[in-house]
Ligand binder design. Structure first.
Ligand code: CA
Length: 228
């Protein structure tokens, strides 16, 4: 397999250099750009396998970079924010970033996240028929969920909601993203809030709906599947 390419978008040269060093050492081909306009240009020509994106950038803001990238490609994005910028982080997830790191971060942590996101997205591409979420087994062809061999009856929409979460354990989804995931699969328009679906799903899957094991609420943002 040829080396994977990571585009680092960072306007602080010292941070960019350290990140690039560690990523190269881990076997990735690395390109660095220092502003948002250059990031969009480079992403277009380089077609990187992953983008590490500082959200506070000159010329074109990181959020706009993420939004533009997301409109045209599914390249995984790890965004980097300062600790104080929680609003940025939420906005970044909203526009489709796959993961985030908070500054100051250790370069080892960065490499670990890059590996994890690439593994996860590669898993998506060759997504088999079976997904696991804790002791649940999701069959994405039959749209069934079972636990210990016993089938649990979900509606197709409920199934798609759980499957979207379970494909990327630990990734936080906003309600809007979940709505998209459910609609995209189905082409179905429905106006029930995602919260209502989650509530129904929990009633069917969880032993205690107030202390869920499978689908966790991220307050103020959305939901995520529990990590193994
Ligand atoms: Ca910056």
């Amino acid at each position: 397999m040829s080396a994977q390419t990571v585009l680092v978008v960072e306007d602080e040269p010292r941070i960019a250099a350290i990140a690039a060093d560690y990523l190269r050492h881990a076997g990735y081909v690395v390109a660095i750009v220092s502003d948002g306009a250059a990031a969009l240009e480079k992403a277009g020509t380089l077609k990187p396998d992953l983008v590490v994106l500082d959200l506070r950038l000159p010329i074109v803001d990181g959020i706009d970079v993420a939004r533009t990238l997301r409109a045209t490609s599914s390249v995984p994005i790890i965004m980097v924010t300062a600790r104080a910028e929680e609003a940025d982080r939420l906005l970044g997830l909203e526009v489709g970033a796959d993961d985030y790191l908070t500054k100051p971060f250790s370069p080892r942590e960065l490499v670990a996240r890059v590996k994890a996101v690439l593994r996860r997205t590669a898993g998506d591409k060759r997504a088999g028929a079976r997904l696991r979420l804790g002791d649940l087994v999701l069959d994405t062809e039959r749209l069934t969920i079972s636990r210990g061999g016993t089938a649990i009856d979900l509606t197709p929409t409920e199934f798609r909601l759980v499957a979207a979460l379970a494909r990327q354990p630990g990734r936080i989804f906003t309600r809007a993203q979940l709505l998209d995931a459910v609609r995209r699969d189905e082409g179905e328009s429905f106006d029930r809030a995602i919260d209502a679906h989650v509530k129904n799903v929990r009633r069917k899957l969880e032993a205690d709906t107030r202390d869920p094991r499978y689908i966790l609420t991220v307050y103020g943002v959305g939901y995520k599947a529990a990590e193994p």
